[in-house]
Design a protein around this ligand. Structure first.
Ligand SMILES: [Zn+2]
Length: 82
């Protein structure tokens, strides 16, 4: 399923605007994930665990929440591209 960037249809449920896609990598098994970083009104804590090995990939608290975690199927090559 190819990810299509810049579809603005689903923006309406988050009124605060800027959403940032962040990529994380499991330190244990190297599985890749991407998540959407967005501002949250209530400061809350959250944790995401690797869907492959169950190790905690990232935990957060404060002004930002991370939603829509998606596994990245493509092999992560050591490509330095920005
Ligand atoms: Zn893992």
């Amino acid at each position: 399923m190819p990810a299509r960037p810049s579809i603005k249809r689903e923006n309406s449920r988050i009124a605060t605007g800027a959403k940032i896609i962040v990529v994380f990598c499991c330190a244990n098994c190297n599985a890749g994930y991407k998540a959407t970083q967005c501002r949250q009104v209530l400061q809350d804590v959250g944790t995401f665990r690797c869907q492959v090995c169950g190790v905690e990939v990232y935990s957060w608290s404060g002004d930002y929440d991370y939603i829509d975690w998606t596994a990245i199927k493509a092999k992560l090559k050591r490509r330095k591209k920005r």
